[in-house]
Every structure is written in C-alpha cells, then in structure tokens.
Design a protein around this ligand. Structure first.
Ligand SMILES: NC(=O)C1=CN([C@@H]2O[C@H](COP(=O)(O)OP(=O)(O)OC[C@H]3O[C@@H](n4cnc5c(N)ncnc54)[C@H](O)[C@@H]3O)[C@@H](O)[C@H]2O)C=CC1
Ligand SMILES: O=C(O)C(=O)Cc1ccc(O)cc1
Length: 307
C-alpha cells in the first residue's frame, strides 16, 4: 500500500503495527525509530522493520505514511522533530488515546501539503514495549479517526484502507466527542482500577499477603488494568483532564447514590441498578463485542508475543 512507512515509537502499538504490516505486506520499507537505544536494539533483534534509528527525522524522511505511537504527552515534541523531514503528500497520523490535546500539540508543526489525520485504535493490553505487540491486536477492533475540517477525503480513505488491512473497523468523530466517550469507556475504568488497587495496597487491617492470597477474580481484573504503563496513563490523565474530571464528577455522584442505598438498606434501588447494568453487558455481547472471547483485551497474556 505504501512504499515507505515510518513507525515513530515501537512499543505495544508500534510493534503490533510493524508485525501486521509485515504479515499483510503493506509496505516496501518499514523505518523504525524510537528514543531509547535499548528499545531500538530490541526492535532490531525482533526483526520488526527494514531500518532502525534513534533519529525520528531520519525515519520520517521520504516516508509516505508516518505513524506516531508514543505517549500522548510526547506527540508535540515528536511532530516538531520530524516536521522538516516530512515529504509533500505524506500522511502523518498517530494512535494516541486522547485526541484534542494531540491535535493541539501536533498540528502547529505540520507543514502545508502533509495530510495530518489523528487516529486511535481501540485495541490494547496492559503490556508495553516491543515484545508485547502482536499482529492480531487490531482484529475486529475499532479505529477512530478525528479528521480536521480540511482533511483531504482521499488521504482519509487511504489511511482507512490501511487500518482495514490491519484488521480494524473504521469510525470517525470529532475530537471532543472522542475524548468524552473515551473518558467513560476507557480512561475512568483505568483510573478506578489504579484507585482500588492503591486502596487495597494501603490497607493496614488486611496484609499484602492476604490481598494477593485471597484476591477474587473481580479484584484480579482490576489489577490487570492497574498494571498498565504508568507513563502512558499519566499522560492520558494530564491530556484529557476536562473530560475525565467531568466523568469523575458524575461517577462520584452515582457512587454517593449507591453508598446511600447501602447505608439505608434500600434493596430495591440496588436491585434496579444491578439489573440495568447487567443489560449493558448483554448489549455489548449482542453487538458482537464478545467479552468472553479469550482474546478480549488479553491476547498478549494468553498467547505470548509472536515475533
Ligand atoms: N497500550 C494500549 O493499550 C494502547 C495505547 N494507545 C496509545 O498508543 C500510544 C503508544 O502506547 P504503547 O505502544 O502502549 O506504549 P509503549 O510504552 O509500549 O511504547 C511507547 C514507545 O514510545 C517511545 N517513546 C516515548 N517517548 C518518545 C519520544 N519522545 N520520542 C520517540 N519515541 C518515544 C518509547 O521508547 C516506546 O517505544 C500512546 O499514545 C497510547 O495512548 C492506544 C491504544 C491502546
Ligand atoms: O487493556 C485494556 O483493557 C485496554 O483498555 C487497552 C486500551 C488502552 C488504551 C486505549 O486507548 C485503548 C485500549
């Protein structure tokens, strides 16, 4: 599909892209770049690309498609670094979990004649680094684009076709809507997980050994999310601040309602809520997002990375 693809950042997402690009033969040349020499050496050992450099500009030079897969707080610095090397007509995209902030950081650096199309594949795990990626990561997952008002429809279609060939389904929406939606379906669940695991870790009346020994599967599910990459999630919290605070405020109100129902022994309220939430899970399964499939967000755990 592309003569040269540059992957800037080669962690879970970048390395999954590298693997699927190779499997599907989507590029003549895959240039890999990352900031850390150790990560780059590992990417080379894994044979993820055609060329390797710690200089993002060198990787981006002459590329037809540049995919930035770094923590969202670094996207502005990366855009600034690669901007002088971007070729006319190239597509520049990203995979960041937040969109308004990434656009604000990257867009000012994008030269005229380069198609900047922000994107976000809704696929991942709690693992990070080049060993954690796998070619099937994007299979039947959504990839959301938040195009800018002047985005060239042909470039958008070309990038959409690329992601379809990586296995994903495509949706588009505006960045603010993306950030609000992702705040509730992805960012809050992670924050809640970090919080509950932190609370358990702080308890004095229950020992750490007991938390580990008796952790029921519900708690264990939270520990998976709370094991996610600290840099990535620090950046998500800092760069989707308003939407996350809005959703946290609603969440806290609803939690107070639940707390009150428990305090006053209001079984009907509890039963009604739990009935309503059970229906949400049923709808997700009926929509074809099969939560119980072994690979639902856990594939890297159960099928160690293929290299
Ligand atoms: N982990 C997940 O489940 C998902 C993550 N994302 C987004 O994808 C992006 C990448 O996440 P992962 O691949 O999971 O992270 P990761 O931690 O596995 O990899 C990040 C990569 O970026 C490199 N890097 C960091 N700062 C850099 C800089 N200034 N310049 C060049 N390279 C730099 C690191 O060396 C590493 O290769 C993030 O923006 C994240 O929000 C999107 C969907 C799912
Ligand atoms: O591991 C999980 O369950 C995830 O939710 C992965 C994930 C993390 C961040 C994203 O922006 C998209 C997907």
């Amino acid at each position: 599909m592309f003569e040269k693809i540059a992957l800037v950042g080669i962690g879970l997402i970048g390395s999954s892209l590298a693997r699927v690009i190779r499997r599907e033969g989507l590029a003549g040349h895959v240039a890999i770049s990352t900031r850390s020499a150790a990560t780059l050496a590992r990417a080379r050992e894994l044979g993820l690309g055609s060329s390797y450099t710690t200089d993002a500009k060198e990787a981006a030079r002459d590329a037809d498609l540049v995919i930035v897969s770094v923590p969202v707080g670094s996207s502005g610095a990366v855009a600034q670094e690669i901007a002088p090397a971007l070729k006319q007509g190239a597509i520049l995209t990203d995979v960041g979990s937040t969109k308004a902030s990434v656009i604000a950081q990257m867009q000012p650096h994008v030269p005229g004649g380069v198609h900047f199309i922000p994107g976000h594949p809704l696929a991942g795990t709690e693992k990070s680094g080049p060993d954690a990626g796998f070619a099937d990561l994007f299979d039947n997952r959504w990839c959301i684009f938040t195009p800018l008002p002047d985005t060239d429809p042909e470039a958008l279609e070309r990038l959409s076709e690329f992601w379809r060939r990586c296995g994903a389904n495509i949706d588009t929406m505006d960045p603010q809507h993306h950030d609000m939606t992702l705040a509730i379906v992805s960012h809050l669940p992670h924050i809640i997980a970090y919080n509950i695991v932190g609370t358990a870790d702080d308890l004095e009346s229950v020992t750490k050994t007991e938390v580990i020994k008796y952790s029921a599967s519900g708690f264990r599910d939270f520990t998976r999310l709370a094991a996610s990459d600290p840099t990535m999630w620090r950046d998500v919290c800092l760069h989707n601040k308003d939407a996350i605070l809005e959703m946290l405020a609603r969440f806290s109100e609803d939690l107070a309602f639940l707390q009150r129902a428990i305090r006053w022994g209001d079984g009907d309220k509890l039963f009604d809520l739990f009935t309503r939430t059970r229906a949400v899970r049923r709808s997700i399964i009926e929509a074809g997002q099969d939560i119980d499939a072994p690979d639902f967000g856990r594939q890297a755990v159960e099928h160690p990375a293929k290299s």
